[in-house]
Design a protein around this ligand. Structure first.
Ligand code: EPU
Length: 417
């Protein structure tokens, strides 16, 4: 178990380059197995979640090569094998293999996926989509055996706009006979990038990015090239770092529209920002104003930035309210922030952050990926030294985070123990 040690209160300046999006790449990589030929994906982040997906692809028989940010996947020799529990529980995105394998082989045997412990995270909507398209699902404890003699296009209504269920429904429907419509679909940029990737392979998907997606099934999908979109959550995390400690910190290679909800909140707090075609420049200000925030599906405020934002709210004047509507247990960062001197009260699914408190470095835990990002931000903003345990959670999702922060002027180091 490694630690990150941070000496706080150093200004951040220069430029931080944003990597390819974790939550887009983790869907594109499993989706590649639907092709019958070589696919090439560029701008793939070097994070441990991608390494885990590479392991699953290789286990299934794909030929995978990685050269920097380019990943080449030849899925032509993939076999229909059970994916063992030891690898499917390594990450949430392993369940994209469930749908890609079902689409390709009409059969899959797999286990409940892993992922951060931020709520129950059931997969009922994915299973509902499978059943709607004609599959039978046998649930045996944690194991799922999904089988379909034929996959037939059908209407699918999602009870909530789930990112994972929307992508899973698309991955099966592209190979089903006839027309599928997904109603109440999630609208995140990750959905659009998966649909674009599959359309590049010859799929017929319309409406991705809206709440109704229509898919005309096809028999074959050919090889293609795609590029992972910039990571809006990584970008948002560094923008918040800039709001805390920036001295003209530039966050480059992002799509400003994808972080609009964060930009609007920062404007409400009083931050001036320079916003270019692919960058945002931000500096810390005195006494930003308290705000009210509610997490929602895209284009609403992303749950994945709720924990990083909490750190900035501790520095705002007044009491901010932050309501988490997506996950029932995503406040693992709060006790640690309070230990560092913050004044945060948890009430049901909301937190109330009374700002203007001085943060003091302490030993803390990264309870999950974005809680870990919040701990890093808190460490950067604190007086003294912060030591963060369980940092493997952070390395799952942030490429070269220590190098990026060090280059921007932070004093951070990895301690191997
Ligand atoms: N839900 C159900 N049933 C389902 C599916 C979802 O009840 O069948 C509920 C979930 O329990 C949750 C809500 O619906 O309360 C939304 O879940 P969703 O399916 O949208 O999330 P996900 O696909 O499991 C992805 C990201 C998460 C991100 C969410 C929301 C990946 C691998 N994960 O999860 O990313 O928070 O969408 O945007 O893409 C992270 O990066 O830190 C992270 C957790």
């Amino acid at each position: 178990m490694n630690q990150i040690k941070i000496e706080g209160r150093h200004a951040l300046h220069g430029t931080i380059q944003i990597s390819g999006a974790k939550n887009s790449a983790v869907a594109l990589v499993p989706a590649s197995l639907l092709a019958d030929e070589l696919v090439t994906i560029d701008n793939v982040p070097n994070i441990s979640d991608i390494a885990a997906l590479d392991e699953i692809l290789t286990y299934l028989g794909a030929d995978v090569t990685r050269d920097g940010s380019i990943m080449k996947i030849d899925p032509s020799k993939i076999e229909c094998k059970e994916i063992p529990e030891s690898i499917s529980t390594k990450l949430r995105a392993s369940y994209y293999f469930m749908s890609a394998m079902l689409g390709k082989f009409h059969h899959v045997e797999m286990y409940f996926p892993g992922g951060c412990a931020i709520g129950a995270r059931p997969i009922d909507q994915t299973l509902k989509a499978f059943r709607s398209l004609g599959a039978t699902v046998i649930e045996d404890g944690n194991k799922y055996i999904v089988d379909a003699e034929k996959l037939i296009g059908a209407p699918i209504y999602l009870d909530m706009p789930s990112v994972g269920a929307t992508i899973n429904a698309i991955l099966v429907a592209v190979k089903a006979e006839g027309v599928t419509t997904i109603e109440n679909a999630a609208k995140e940029p990750e959905i659009v990038s998966v649909a674009t990737f599959l359309n590049n392979m010859g799929a017929k998907i319309r409406g991705a990015g809206t709440s109704t997606i229509t898919i005309n099934g096809v028999n074959k999908l050919h090889g293609c090239f795609t590029e992972v979109i910039p990571d809006r959550i990584e970008a948002g995390t560094y923008i918040i770092a800039g709001a805390l400690l920036g001295d003209h910190l530039r966050i480059q290679n992002l799509i400003p529209d994808h972080v609009d909800s964060l930009i609007l909140k920062l404007k409400e707090m009083g931050y001036p920002m320079e916003i270019g075609d692919d960058y945002i420049e931000i500096s810390a200000i005195d006494s930003p104003k308290a705000v009210s925030v509610k997490t929602l599906g895209y284009p609403g405020f992303p749950t994945d930035l709720q924990q990083p934002l909490t750190v900035l709210l501790t520095q705002c004047k007044g009491t901010s309210k932050l309501e988490e509507t997506i996950y029932e247990n995503r406040f693992g960062h709060v006790p640690y922030l309070n230990r560092m001197g913050a004044d945060i009260l948890i009430k049901d699914r909301s937190i109330f952050v009374t700002g203007g408190t001085k943060l003091i470095g302490k030993e803390v835990d990264a309870t999950d990926l974005r809680a870990g990002a919040a701990m890093i931000l808190a460490g950067l903003a604190s007086q003294g030294t912060t030591t963060i345990n369980s940092i493997e959670h952070v390395l799952r999702g942030y490429e070269n985070i220590l190098e990026k922060l060090t280059d921007a002027g932070a004093k951070v180091e990895l301690i191997e123990i």
